[in-house]
Design a binder for this molecule. Structure first.
Ligand code: SAM
Length: 311
């Protein structure tokens, strides 16, 4: 195997140079003797002394050669969309980060509480962690209640839109990331509802954990039933991306004319187009629309802001 032979004191600089030249062969280990280091290369670089020597296969994963989907939530890393064996291998890359104590494989979000199906790959079998997002702190339980860090910038965008004095329903509040961020910065009144009692337990803890200006009432229950009892709200947040459409009629009835609905849906382009027509037909103006993130080959998660006609 071809190696660049270089004095130890020039080692790091030479490795960097060979990386830039795309000649470093990271499938093999770098070795050394008393005076020199030997860097495996895929071709002979100009101006360097090269030698043939035996090489050992490298076990190290080069981050730039690894591409996989994962979330980091506090001290917990969650790998998605891979087999257990593949994920075990990939988890070694994540555990190189100092703060990661646990790695799970997530083989799918399930059920009406949208909880993750987790397999422990590495570290403490812990499900709870503290997560910092946009200046708020959240107690997260990755097994008992839904939480995704992928909506952080969307939550910030909505929080910046809200004005003091708004009355808001967070219809599928989870552990409270939308409600708490909004109430941290605005004197508003929020009713935050979730059907999962474990999510509401964490939501209440998270309200206590953060200094908020607004007021949040956390309720465990079915929004479909509860929201039909409310009226006169300025804004409703509907973050149930596979099923929000079913709850749209009750949300419309609960807001004032001119009130806003922050609606989220995971769908393909055809469904999106038919939704747009439907929204117009039922008297909702489409104020804003964007892709929050990709979901599958043909589906994206869309954020759509809808305004009830009449003001
Ligand atoms: N908004 C939160 C967030 O950004 O992290 C959570 C969103 S999660 C996609 C949807 C949440 O809706 C889950 O926590 C689930 O328990 C809750 N949920 C599902 N059906 C519900 C219903 N009928 N009424 C109230 N909450 C419901």
């Amino acid at each position: 195997m071809l190696h660049v032979k270089i004095e130890k004191k020039y080692g790091q600089e030479t490795i960097n140079k060979l990386k830039d030249l795309k000649l470093l062969d990271s499938n093999y280990k770098i070795s050394s003797d008393d005076a020199y280091i030997y860097i495996p290369v895929t071709g002979k670089p100009d101006g360097y002394n090269t030698v043939e020597r035996e090489a050992m296969k490298s076990s190290r994963i080069e981050p730039e050669r690894v591409s996989f989907s994962y979330d980091i939530i506090g001290s917990i890393a969650i790998i998605k969309g891979k087999s257990v064996d593949e994920s075990r291998y990939l988890s070694r890359f994540l555990t190189e980060r100092k703060n990661i104590k646990t790695v799970y494989l997530d083989s799918g979000i399930e059920g009406e509480f949208r909880t993750r199906n987790l397999t422990l790959l590495y570290g403490d079998p812990a499900y709870t962690t503290l997560y910092h997002e946009n200046g708020i702190r959240l107690n997260v339980d990755v097994a008992r209640a839904y939480f995704s860090p992928r909506l952080a910038s969307e939550r910030l965008r909505i929080a910046k839109e809200v004005r003091d004095g708004e009355s808001i329903i967070d219809m599928f509040a989870g552990i409270g990331p939308f409600s708490i961020l909004i109430a941290k910065n605005r004197m508003c009144n929020i009713i935050a509802i979730d059907k999962n009692p474990a999510a509401v337990e964490l939501l209440n803890k998270n309200i206590g954990l953060n200094r908020i200006m607004g007021h949040i009432t956390a309720i465990a229950g079915d929004s479909g039933m509860l929201v039909s009892e409310y009226s006169g709200f300025d804004r409703i947040i509907m973050n149930l991306p596979h099923d929000s459409i079913k709850f749209l009629p009750v949300a419309i009835d609960a807001i004032v004319p001119g009130g806003l609905i922050n609606y989220y849906e995971i769908c393909d382009l055809d469904t999106l187009e038919s939704r747009m027509e439907y929204f117009r037909e039922i008297g909702l103006e489409i104020v804003y629309k964007r892709i929050v993130h990709g979901f599958s080959k043909y589906q994206n998660m869309y954020s759509i802001e809808l305004k009830k006609s009449g003001r």
